[in-house]
Design a protein around this ligand. Structure first.
Ligand SMILES: [Zn+2]
Length: 399
């Protein structure tokens, strides 16, 4: 039987499909694997015995559903491979390494100059990963992949499109730049899409095949997940909710259009309004803290933002009819004054549920699990675990 690396890279064989399914879930029961791979129960059972005999899969724990015999939970052998997730941020890079049983082995960040180049990023990430791998007693070649979270839409080939917080990177094929430094596959995705993958793997969307995520941060991003897959659209622009134009005569947006949702409810805009009104610059963290405490002015800005955000979510609901909305990003931390206002506005701007069963037809609203940038960096790890956004470089291409 092939090793974990080969099975992981060739997800077409039944054993490969099981390995990929366990990697995505973390610790899974045989029943979950039958459901997620579509393979017959007897095939799953035979292959699991084989995979256990070869040390690829381990029994880890049991899971009880409250009645009957508890089910055995299986995970991949954690020493069989590691995945790295990288957040390429403004003036900083954060890197996490995770094993195949989903244990975080290392999580570091370091400052970069604000105008660092893609080549600088690839070199620094390689040097840092070499150091982290050495501390863990493993080699860089043990990595099954490196996931990159980018603050802009990216194409399937890894080209960064417009809208990045690193504007000079527009047009760069980041997968090619990183492939020059690494032999393993490079996975690339937009950071909000990474956020959705983190919520699906460890957070508020575990077991949820269909949902829409809105991320309210300095900018506004989002993700559409259908049948367990983050939708990217034809070029990677899917779910750029921050740039839905809500008023053609509204304020000019950084994308060049007018009246985008981001110009009303984006953190950058709210900080600008706060500074104009109160005469001092504030960080997004200070803004959230003051709004949480109910300071006048800050509360009003949040209520106004929630009103517009609910309108945007109402439009998304009209188009996609998801059963669940995940509200993520720093603004979600303000709490009820944001989420309640948003749901009220949503109700005004979406198709009303029928009077005979209103509760059954309403979507659920859940605040995301992750705080800070954890969703982004862990989502970058999940890119590798879930084989999403994978761009095989010449050295790692499966022939
Ligand atoms: Zn815009």
């Amino acid at each position: 039987m092939a090793g974990v690396k080969e099975l992981f890279e060739d997800g077409s064989s039944p054993a490969g499909r099981i390995v990929r399914a366990i990697a995505a879930i973390g610790a899974a029961t045989a029943t979950q694997l039958v459901k997620s791979t579509g393979l017959a129960r007897s095939t799953v059972s035979t292959l699991l015995t084989e995979l256990k005999d070869h040390g690829v899969v381990l029994d880890v724990d049991t899971k009880s559903n409250g009645f009957g015999r508890p089910s055995q939970l299986l995970s991949l052998n954690p020493v069989a491979g590691r995945c790295a997730g990288v957040l390429l941020g403004l003036g900083e890079i954060r890197i996490a390494i995770c094993d195949l049983a989903h244990t975080v082995l290392s999580d570091v960040w370091f400052a970069m100059s604000e105008d660092y180049s893609p080549n600088d990023a690839a070199r620094c990430v390689r040097a840092s990963l070499e150091e982290q791998c050495a501390k863990l007693g493993i080699h860089l070649s043990d990595l099954l992949g490196v996931g990159l979270a980018i603050s802009a839409p990216v194409t399937y080939e890894g080209e960064i499109l417009n809208g990045s917080i690193l504007p000079t990177w527009c047009g760069t094929n980041i997968a090619e730049v990183f492939s020059a430094q690494f032999d393993c596959p490079i996975h690339v995705e937009n950071e909000s899409h990474c956020g959705a993958l983190a919520e699906m793997t460890w957070g508020a969307a575990v077991g949820e095949p269909d949902f829409v995520l809105f991320k309210f941060d300095l900018g506004i991003g989002g993700a559409i997940v259908l049948d367990g897959t983050v939708q990217r659209g034809s070029h990677g622009y899917a779910a750029e909710f921050g740039h839905m134009s809500l008023n053609p005569h509204g304020p000019l947006c950084r994308c060049g259009n007018r009246g985008c949702l981001e110009t009303f409810a984006g953190g950058h805009q709210l900080l600008r309004y706060a500074e104009q009104s109160f005469g001092e610059p504030v960080t997004i963290e200070q803004f959230v803290e003051r709004a949480r405490k109910g300071e006048p002015g800050y509360t009003r800005l949040v209520e106004d933002a929630a009103d517009m955000a609910g309108w945007g979510m109402g439009l998304a609901f009209t188009i996609l009819n998801p059963p669940l909305f995940i509200i993520a990003g720093k603004l979600a931390e303000v709490g009820e004054s944001f989420t309640t206002g948003l749901e009220k506005s949503f109700a005004r701007h979406s198709v009303a549920p029928p009077a005979h069963s209103p509760e059954k037809r309403k979507p659920r609203f859940v605040v995301g699990t992750f705080r800070g940038n954890d969703d982004t960096v862990m989502g970058a790890v999940a890119l590798v675990l879930r084989q999403h956004g994978r761009i095989a470089n010449a050295a790692s291409a499966v022939v």
